[in-house]
Design a protein around this ligand. Sequence first.
Ligand code: ADP
Length: 882
Amino acid sequence: MTDNWMRIADISPHHTTPMVRQFLQAKAECGDSLLFFRMGDFYELFFEDAIETAELLNLALTSRDGADKDKRIPMCGVPVRAVDGYVAKLVRMGRAVTICEQMEDPREAKGIVKRQVVRTVTPGTVMEAELLEDGCNNFLAAVCAADAAASAAFVDITTGEFLTLAADASGVAVLDEFARLAPSEILIADGADSALAATLRKRFPETAFTKRPPEEFDPEQAGETLLHLFRLSTLKGLGDLADAAGALGCAGALIAYIRETQRDSMPHLALPRHQQPSAFVALDANTQRNLELTATLSDKSKRGSLLGVLDRTLTGMGERKLRHWILHPPAKVNAILERQQAVTELFENITLRMTTRDCLKGMPDIERLLGRISASAGNARDVKALGAALGRTPELRNALEATEAPLLRGLFDALDPLDDITSRIDKALVNEPPMTLNEGNLIREGYNEELDRLRGLVHGGKNWIATLQQQERDRTGIAKLKVGYNRVFGYYIEISKGQANFAPADYERKQTLANAERFITPELKQREEEILTAQERMQSIEYDLFLELRRAVAAEAARIRNNADCIAALDAFAALADVAAANNYCRPDINDSGAIHIKDGRHPVVEAVTRQGEFVPNDTHLDCRGTRMLIMTGPNMAGKSTYLRQVALLCLMAQMGGYVPASSASIGVVDRIFTRVGASDNLVRGESTFMVEMIETAAILNTATENSLLVLDEIGRGTSTYDGISIAWSVAEYIHDTIRARTLFATHYHELTELGEKLEHAGNVNVAVRDWQDTIVFLYRVVEGGADHSYGIQVAKLAGLPTDVLKRARDILESLEAGGPATGAAEEAACRQMYLFAPAAAHEPGEIEKELERVDPDALSPREAQTLLYHLKHLANRPRGT
Ligand code: ADP
């Protein structure tokens, strides 16, 4: 800040103008947020806010006089019509914005214009379409830890969804849920020194954390708030939430925050749904990421994820529902079967599927529209679009009428035709209303008498003139009397000079022309005034009628939301049926057997990007009572990871109620899916690959149960060979003997195949490859038994390592396999022939050799191999002595 910039603290209480006082009052209401202060066609920012905003948004910073002549008040502004974009940018940068509006027309204001803070926009409370993704929720969360148990609540004010989560002693389920719902803002009680909050901050570095007064988390107060907000007489109807103090407190904190940020425009919320973590398959954050359920690991895009393949939904609400299902597969057989029946009926009954989907095509997002409308932010197009969307309900009900699956029947019963709402909207609004609300043209003819009369007045001007003319001719007997209009004098009655004397007494002379006199009458005057103001009055009547309609629609929010939820579920069911039909999936048998049998399973995503018919299907057999652990060996690139993930994904798809890419499948349900695959992006947080791997492994060993599915890829890879083997070995033994979960264990340590033979419930499989003319051919077929060798050098060859390096590597390998040192005397002659290793080379003798000795070809990805090669070349080309 330059020295002559004035700060808020510099304002002297004696020198304030009314405007500055008004500004300070608004500022006092907006906490840390940036105050957008409406002044005519601009929102202006002042003082520190202006300096910060000008920098963040790259706006010109100007100034105005301060009371102190040496100091100037920094200021910057954005035009009102572009405000949404600017607010969106700031919020995306993690800043909150408070909007202070002018509450009256400046032309009509006596003294200073009334202003009022109308709302605060924060990452978790945005309504701006620019900041929202169609198929994605924008959750605001609150979290608290009491008596060492963590609870949380989540709300999406743009759709009204409201979830609470039961207390969880370890905090694990709560953390998992945060990973699933990815809230954009998290409320925590100020001063609560909670380890949970610290963990959350570390895990979700990009999320905004907002401290709130601790009393807002008070469960008792929260109970009152809920009763009042939902007009309930008891909390009992909310199920277990009534007794879940922590979750209740979090729900209360959310409502208090929404009230504070939205002021008078509290959006309509659904009744909170209380979630028991045990109802769903537990998927920790790593598993969600590793299995690429809703986003890819590499670029976080939906394309290339499981959601990318399954999402054949036709509406934003449907996509959000499907995303939720993918992340929350039911853990209980009955719940899964219910869903599966619905998908099956839509799969088998093609007419039903097509009619349903035709009806859903292009349907506007009811939840988001309702969100805006109930928060008094929706315009006439929003209400019209809502009416059009709801108008399709009868058609959907017709389609569902003859269905048999209980969940589809349930949707039929629950879908409310909502005729009253749709017909009211239809009667009120014209077909294509404008975006603006105060320029008229919103309301249909015949909806309001006064409006029709005014319209008649304006549009029917000619008619009225003719009628009045006739009436006055009859009254005065002057046959040539004319009624006319001109811009300067308005309406007039014109009589020729010769007959002017016959004008009745109530005619008032207005203008004299060469051969005529013009008069006005009180009736004419009144009419004229009416017409002149009719336009304005029409606009204000239309505005009021619209607000009344919007309020009436918002008052039915609960019924409308219920329909939206049904439509979302129907869309998601139909999408699952459609993808099953299109990709040739089968209906899995779901049971409690503890066994997984898959015939010809395919990876849904890899299959989709592989050329038709080129994906090699594989079987899987895992049985808690039989072989429950498969040790999988095979060279890099053979398809191990694909196979591992495929099994996990098929279980998940089956448990969410969908069909699976296989020719047949029987899935004994799992309660958790754990994956430990590859290096994760924790590296940027400064933890070593090995540390991350061990933390994740520890979490799995500490939480997995007999009913879990464990997918472990390359455990122990991040450390030296002997450490690695030992850890992998003991982890496998522990899972086998103690946890007894179904497990897929991929490793490039051949030594571990011994485990497959030794342990009672373990078996060996490998991915077949063929050596062909010293080149490796991947067959992608999973077969019984361990791989005989690792083919690392062949893979390196595929990656394009120079022949000399490959040849040398092969020599070293042979020597190692024969039990000799890597660079024994026998190799020296060969070494000398190669420039790289020649003693005259420009590096310390043995440096490259040492480098090569350190590498484990099996552990190298093609990329790493290439990097190594560059490094070797660099060493070789270095001038002597450097
Ligand atoms: P690994 O984990 O053994 O290094 P991956 O599972 O990453 O190997 O597979 C390497 C590539 O092989 C995949 O990207 C995919 O293109 C292809 N692939 C894997 N499994 C199959 C399969 N069953 N059929 C066809 N191609 C496959």
